[in-house]
Write a protein that binds this ligand. Structure first.
Ligand SMILES: Nc1nc2c(ncn2[C@@H]2O[C@H](COP(=O)(O)OP(=O)(O)OP(=O)(O)O)[C@@H](O)[C@H]2O)c(=O)[nH]1
Ligand SMILES: [Mg+2]
Length: 372
């Protein structure tokens, strides 16, 4: 800032001098009148200042902003820069993914590549990592360039060692009471009808069906229709007393099939009720119907829930709707439970067959072997 003191004989003259010397942007900081001590003349003292940085004019601001704007060529540069960054982030993501995969399977480094690959396939077929590891540890004799038959043999060994397969329903001297339990919609009623019709064809004409599925309005109707088509006597029991009464009249039936409800008010109510039926009906065999297309977690949950009812075997239903069988393999081996029947469709009675190791291996092979 430039400051100037100006002495003049009048205020006007002083202002003119300020204008002349500092220009129109000068500002007056102070002014005073005084007498010259030597001449006694009246004088005026003005102190004025000028800010040396010129205040930018309006158009200057515009031009500054204009300069600050990235020119069009910069815009292109920026887009190119952004896309380079994007592709670098993408590459990094891929690399992190690869490192993650290597770490995830690093504990498999001691296994040959074909077993590491098999391990990944087992995970894809919904087998848990721990269980998959157990399987490949048991397959160490699988040759490196294994063929379909080599893999089949190894799976066969595991299945034979770990899974029990049931005999189909046979003729018996004593009356057999066969009950089907399971979660809602698992295929209990349809499986029971298939079994009853097969028993009528292959074992005895002397069978009966009792429904305890009176909770749902149409529950018993569906079964009644099937029974009348197949010419099998059909009864509905609304409680255990009634069930006992009906059974006492069926003393000479060779096989009695009992259908149960999928769901009451709560799971616990349901299980208690089924347990009462089991006791009062003197059940000789209880099948647990479970759909093969359940997730591993649901499959294990149901095995847990129904294990208190001590099922003798599993009817694995809806195999035709199932893509991966690892969940079942793990559930059944871990519990362990006997596999009794497989159902694979809605045709009565053709879409049911006794469970067999051969068939089960076929299902697993579909997940583990791709035809080249
Ligand atoms: N695709 C296919 N569908 C099936 C099979 N078994 C049963 N179903 C169908 O699954 C549905 C339920 O079958 P149900 O036999 O009524 O099942 P549920 O366990 O008695 O059912 P709730 O009594 O309601 O608990 C029906 O639409 C059946 O046709 C099967 O093996 N394959
Ligand atoms: Mg039913």
């Amino acid at each position: 800032m430039k400051i100037k003191k100006i002495i003049s004989t009048s205020l006007k003259e002083g202002k003119d001098k300020v204008l002349q010397e500092l220009g129109e942007n000068a500002i007056i900081l102070s002014s005073r009148s005084f007498k010259d001590p030597s001449t006694s003349q009246d004088l005026v003292e003005i102190v004025a200042a000028l800010d040396e940085l010129p205040t930018p004019k309006k158009q200057d601001i515009h031009s500054i902003l204009e300069k600050a704007k990235p020119p069009e060529t910069h815009k292109d540069d920026f887009n190119q820069f952004a896309s380079t960054i994007y592709s670098e982030i993408h590459d990094l993501k891929d690399q992190i993914g690869e490192i993650y995969e290597q770490l995830k399977f690093s504990f498999l480094q001691n296994y040959p590549k074909h077993l590491r690959d098999l391990y990944k396939k087992l995970l894809d077929s919904e087998i848990s990592p721990d269980f998959a590891l157990k399987i490949i540890t048991n397959m160490e004799s699988l040759p490196q360039n294994y063929k379909k038959e080599d893999l089949r043999k190894e799976i066969d060994k595991i299945i034979k060692k770990n899974i029990q397969f049931d005999e189909q329903i046979q003729k018996s001297e004593k009356q057999q009471v066969i009950m089907v339990i399971g979660p809602t919609g698992s295929g209990k009623t349809l499986s029971l009808v298939k079994l009853a019709v097969l028993a009528k064809i292959a074992i005895t004409n002397n069978i009966a069906i009792i429904s305890t599925d009176s909770y749902k309005i149409s529950g018993a109707d569906q079964l009644q229709t099937y029974s009348s088509i197949a010419g099998i006597p059909f009864f509905v029991a609304y409680d255990t007393n009634e069930l006992k009464k009906i059974q006492s009249k069926l003393f000479d039936s060779e096989i009695i099939f009992i259908d149960t409800i999928g769901k009451r008010q709560t799971d616990l109510d349901n299980l208690e009720y089924i347990s009462e039926i089991q006791d009062s009906a003197n059940v000789s065999k209880t099948y647990l119907a479970l759909p093969a297309n359940l997730t591993r977690k649901n499959f294990l949950d149901y095995l847990d829930k129904f294990r208190n009812l001590a099922p003798n075997g599993i009817i694995l239903t809806k195999i035709d709707e199932c893509v991966s069988f690892g969940n079942i393999l793990e559930g059944i081996i871990n519990y362990p439970l006997t596999l009794s029947y497989f159902t694979n469709g809605q045709q009565v009675p053709s879409d049911i067959k006794p469970a067999s190791g051969e068939e089960f291996i076929d299902f697993l092979m579909n997940n583990l072997w791709e035809e080249k």
